[in-house]
Structure formats: structure tokens, C-alpha cells
Write a protein that binds this ligand. Structure first.
Ligand SMILES: O=C(O)c1ccccc1N[C@@H]1O[C@H](COP(=O)(O)O)[C@@H](O)[C@H]1O
Length: 213
């Protein structure tokens, strides 16, 4: 199972989280977010990470040019689209960033949200399900009703996100079997500042779900 820790803003924390076993780190490229980090600041972190760790930029309704430039400038390996991007937009990104992993986030509001997720399957590499919030796009700490995802088995890998933390992760993974999990606010002291004790606890509590290389 992949473990992505999102909202990284500090090199020391990024490196420590990679050492604990994160398979991916996420960087928030959404200017309105309190976890925003500039492309140059991301690069200062990504340049000092082990190659095995994926570096994912999180965007929401950004232009193609903004994503393309940030991807290269920040030395990212993937892009997470967390806004209202269309399948057509995903196709274009995939064409122009052929080596980048493309993850489409869907904010789950109702059963139709899962049909929307399915409609992206031919256009992206992975899906990510996050909780819906009326005003905020992500990093809300809200959880999805996991029971409502019982039938969700897309034909491509998917991440479970939304309000996950060291305390609820065992319960979440007893209900669902995602290919990956993604956490942000559940393992931080304040936006962008990770709580390393909580991150360590998370890895301890998910050890049962991690298959050795
Ligand atoms: O974290 C943010 O500030 C953010 C802003 C805009 C879009 C996405 C954002 N974060 C993503 O939200 C989910 C869930 O976060 P949480 O665990 O509930 O705090 C995660 O995928 C982040 O990448």
C-alpha cells in the first residue's frame, strides 16, 4: 500500500517522513491554501529526497501552463488535480507530461460523486477520494462515510484521503482496501508543520497493511 503524506513545507520533515517509509510526499501548489509552497521551495526539498519517493504537486483549477511549469521547476514526479478539472484537461496533461503520474481527486458529496470518479478512469493513472466541504477544496480534516465506499472498486489504483489520522486509520483500513492512503491535517501541528510523533504513529499503525519490497 502506498502512503502519501501531503502538505510538506519543510526539508527536515520531508526527509524524516521519507525515512519513516512514506512512498510519496505531496506539495500544495494552491495559492489560497495555508500549506502553499512555491515551486522553488518545493525544488529545495525534492532535490534532497531519495529517488524512490514520489513527489506530487497538488493543484486546484490551475492552468495547464502553471502546472507544466511547476512540474518541471519543482522536479515533481506527479500531479494531483483537486479542483473541477475535466477529463479533457487530464488528457492534455497526460500528453504533455508523459512521465508524470496523474491523480484525479474527487470530493465525495453523494453517490453521484463515485460515478464521476469512474468517468475519469480512462484519463488518469490513479483516483483519490477526499471528503466534500462546501467552502474548502482540501486539507479539511473531514472524513468520508467509509461505508458508502464499500462498492467502490475502480479499474485503476485509488487513494483514500480525507480526515485520516493515526487513530482512525486502522478502522478505515478494516472497512476499505485502497491502493494508497493520503494524509495531511491528521498528522500536523498547524497547517504545513507536520507532527512527527503523529507521523511515526501512523506508520506504526499501518505496518500490517504494508507489504515489504
Ligand atoms: O491541504 C490543503 O491545504 C489543500 C488545499 C487545496 C486542495 C487540496 C489540499 N489538500 C488535500 O486534501 C486532502 C485531504 O486532507 P486532510 O487529510 O483531510 O487534511 C489531501 O489529499 C491533501 O492533498
Amino acid at each position: 500500500m502506498r502512503i502519501k503524506i501531503c502538505g510538506i513545507t519543510r526539508l527536515d520533515q520531508g526527509q524524516a517522513i521519507a525515512s519513516l517509509g512514506a512512498t510519496a510526499l505531496g506539495f500544495i501548489c494552491v495559492p489560497a491554501s495555508p500549506r502553499y509552497i512555491s515551486p522553488d521551495q518545493i525544488r529545495a526539498i525534492t532535490s534532497h529526497l531519495p529517488d524512490r519517493v514520489d513527489r506530487i504537486g497538488v493543484f486546484a483549477n490551475a492552468t495547464f501552463e502553471q502546472i507544466w511549469e511547476t512540474f518541471h521547476q519543482a522536479k515533481l514526479t506527479g500531479v494531483q488535480l483537486h479542483g473541477d478539472e475535466s477529463p479533457l484537461f487530464c488528457d492534455r496533461l497526460r500528453q504533455e507530461l508523459p512521465h508524470g503520474e496523474l491523480i484525479k481527486a474527487i470530493r465525495v458529496k453523494n453517490p453521484q460523486s463515485l460515478s464521476l470518479a469512474d468517468s475519469f478512469i480512462p484519463h488518469v493513472d490513479a483516483l483519490l477520494l477526499d471528503a466534500y466541504h462546501g467552502q474548502q477544496l482540501g486539507g479539511t480534516g473531514l472524513t468520508i462515510d467509509w461505508q458508502s465506499l464499500g462498492e467502490f472498486r475502480p479499474a485503476i489504483p485509488w487513494f483514500l484521503a480525507g480526515g485520516l489520522n493515526p487513530d482512525n486509520i486502522i478502522n478505515a483500513l478494516s472497512c476499505l482496501h485502497p491502493d494508497g492512503i493520503d494524509l495531511s491535517s491528521g498528522v500536523e501541528r498547524s497547517p504545513g508543520d507536520k507532527d512527527m510523533a503523529k507521523v511515526a504513529q501512523l506508520f506504526e499503525n499501518t505496518r500490517f497493511a504494508i507489504t515489504p519490497d
